[in-house]
Design a protein around this ligand. Structure first.
Ligand SMILES: NC(=O)C1=CN([C@@H]2O[C@H](COP(=O)(O)OP(=O)(O)OC[C@H]3O[C@@H](n4cnc5c(N)ncnc54)[C@H](O)[C@@H]3O)[C@@H](O)[C@H]2O)C=CC1
Ligand SMILES: O=C([O-])CC(=O)C(=O)O
Length: 320
């Protein structure tokens, strides 16, 4: 029996992620959680998703609640609550506003579901992962963020399309911030198991254009269709399936690292991590010199914003 709770289920991403999760074979119950005042919307969404499960021949139960004590017994909790960015904003502009939304939610998770694995989605996701870790009091293995998994999938799609190969033939990773300072690891990119840098055709690929397209993907979609929904929603589905299926896949997610990448750490940021039913375990890696420098600078950026937000949150708490 597995129960997955989505906090922020009435939002655009939350509702599609709930749909994606309801199709995972290991999931018996999807609990749609929302703020008091959202009862009608939660009821309607639960009816729609129940119809969807019936149409797919799935026996997954869809329930809803506005009470935090219903987080209890969740195996996985996905948090999509918070403000999305508007056209022209950077994800980091949302840091303090969303930290104020995430902190009480994380406290409730720590109180009512201390055994759960928590997947953070709210942006800026690396910073919100640190906020959730601090305020829930859970262990680092239990709290992680979507991080650069979605960016890695975006790059994978571009590489597959460029080389006219199936996406399953491409393995690639982007580490660091889910944002401007992300670091593509060409040293860890393979096509058909062959390192991309060993393929003569790699010399001609528009690397800079591809990386810029990944960096700008979210803002392009937001500008032209309002929100990113299907890419992140299905990426959330993959992560939930990896946890509940105890699959031990290595995916690039925002996780607390101490020193796993060339002794760089003390931050929540996108790194390769092994994911299973017990949570998320960053994998120690060695990368190339230029990649280390870029990762170090991404870490410093995110560590700085995280410290600033946590200090401001402390000040707000002490001033009542
Ligand atoms: N990490 C990633 O790759 C992605 C992250 N996101 C982030 O996910 C978040 C949600 O995005 P959307 O679903 O498009 O936004 P939305 O506006 O459609 O939904 C926001 C949700 O948060 C809830 N919410 C808003 N203010 C709240 C408050 N003060 N307290 C409690 N709940 C509150 C709303 O009720 C709603 O359920 C944003 O922060 C967005 O940036 C979105 C896509 C991808
Ligand atoms: O761009 C945004 O604000 C939403 C997001 O993180 C993404 O789709 O990568």
């Amino acid at each position: 029996m597995s129960r997955v709770t989505i906090i922020g289920a009435t939002g655009r991403l939350g509702s599609f992620a709930s749909h994606a999760i309801s199709g995972i074979p290991y999931v018996d119950e999807v609990l749609l959680s929302g703020r008091p005042g959202r009862e009608q919307s939660l009821t309607a969404l639960s009816h729609d998703l129940t119809d969807s499960c019936a149409a797919r021949g799935s026996g997954t139960r869809i329930t809803w609640s506005t009470d935090a004590d219903d987080y209890a017994d969740s195996d996985v909790i996905v948090v999509t609550s918070g403000v999305p960015r508007k056209e022209g904003q950077d994800r980091t502009d949302l840091a303090l506003e969303n930290a104020r939304i995430i902190a009480p939610i994380a406290r409730d998770i720590g109180k009512y579901a201390p055994e759960a694995i928590v997947l953070m989605i709210t942006n800026p996701v690396d910073v919100m992962t640190a906020v959730a870790l601090r305020y829930s009091g859970l262990e680092p293995r239990q709290v992680f963020g979507l991080g650069t998994h979605l960016d890695s999938m975006r790059l994978k799609a571009l590489i597959a399309s460029h080389f006219h190969v199936h996406v399953s033939e491409v393995h690639t990773r982007i580490i660091g911030e889910h944002g401007e300072s992300m670091v593509p690891l060409w040293s860890a990119t393979t096509i058909g198991g062959i390192r991309v840098t060993n393929l003569p055709a790699f010399a001609g690929i528009p690397v800079t254009n591809m990386v810029n397209r990944v960096k700008n993907s979210g803002s392009f979609i937001i500008k032209n269709s309002g929100a990113t929904i299907y890419g992140p929603g299905d990426a959330i589905g993959t992560l939930v399936q990896t946890i509940l299926g105890n699959e031990n896949r290595i995916l690039t997610v925002s996780s607390y690292i101490k020193s796993e990448v060339h002794n760089i750490g003390d931050v929540c940021i996108g790194v390769p991590a092994r994911i299973n039913r017990n949570g998320v375990f960053p994998v120690a890696i060695r990368i190339e010199e230029s990649e280390i420098a870029a990762f170090q600078s991404s870490v410093e950026k995110i560590r700085g914003i995280t410290q600033d937000v946590l200090e401001k949150m402390d000040m707000l708490r002490s001033s009542g």
